[in-house]
Design a protein around this ligand. Structure first.
Ligand SMILES: Nc1ncnc2c1ncn2[C@@H]1O[C@H](COP(=O)(O)OP(=O)(O)OP(=O)(O)O)[C@@H](O)[C@H]1O
Ligand SMILES: [Mg+2]
Length: 199
């Protein structure tokens, strides 16, 4: 049986760092962020629904979705946000399931679903185990500020607009602590893979 690992965690805790490492070790990764961008490419069903709902104004002349305009419409109006989610979430979920099912036919021991909102979207039913990447709050804030060039206040606002690390940690089957070096994080991942006989 192919194991499906759900990889998640709060913003800038190190999810991508861990998923890159798992990829490097040979495990296929289904990337929910990438999928959320693919389902709104020109010609896709979700794209057509967005045009029906929000009009031509959210598209550029070359038919590319204008995220900034869409963002303005949905962040100022919760009804619009609801409509957006009702279009996007089923499209993303369907594509995630399609990719997982396809990869399940491969001879890999494990496939990874990298989904920042795995717990918020209730994607647990798609995976066998949930891995939550955490880091100390101070380190999380510093790394977020540095990577995205944000002030302390801006970074703090992004962190507190989302589910807390504490809440996600409680829902984990396995926790990877990425507070220190990348090597130390890799070591924890390897240890878990060995203990789970996945390597
Ligand atoms: N152990 C580490 N030591 C030093 N820097 C790190 C470490 N882990 C991650 N970083 C850096 O911290 C930032 C956040 O890491 P990463 O992108 O892996 O987090 P993420 O959880 O995927 O973030 P997001 O929620 O935005 O997708 C990046 O700039 C990354 O290079
Ligand atoms: Mg990431």
């Amino acid at each position: 049986m192919v194991q499906v690992l759900g990889l998640t965690g709060s913003i800038a805790t190190g999810k991508s760092t861990v998923s890159q490492y798992l990829r490097k070790l040979g495990f296929p990764v289904v990337d929910a962020d990438l999928i959320s961008r693919e389902v709104v490419k020109p010609g896709m069903i979700a794209t057509q629904k967005l045009r029906q709902t929000f009009g031509d104004q959210v598209f550029d002349n070359n038919d590319e979705l204008n995220r900034k305009k869409l963002g303005q419409l949905v962040f100022s109006d919760s009804e619009n946000m609801k409509k957006l989610n009702e279009i996007m979430q089923p499209a993303i979920k369907t594509e995630i399931i399609r990719q997982i099912e396809k990869l399940k036919k491969s001879s890999k021991k494990m496939i990874v679903l990298d989904a920042p909102l795995l717990l918020e979207q209730n994607y647990q039913f798609l995976v066998d185990q949930v891995m939550v990447v955490v880091s100390s709050p101070t380190v999380q804030l510093q790394r977020l500020q540095q990577r995205d060039g944000l002030s302390r206040k801006e970074a703090q606002a992004r962190i507190s607009s989302q589910w807390s690390q504490k809440k996600k940690r409680l829902m984990a089957d396995v926790v990877i602590d990425n507070s220190t070096s990348i090597e130390e994080t890799h070591r924890q991942v390897l240890k878990w893979l060995d203990n789970s006989k996945l390597r």
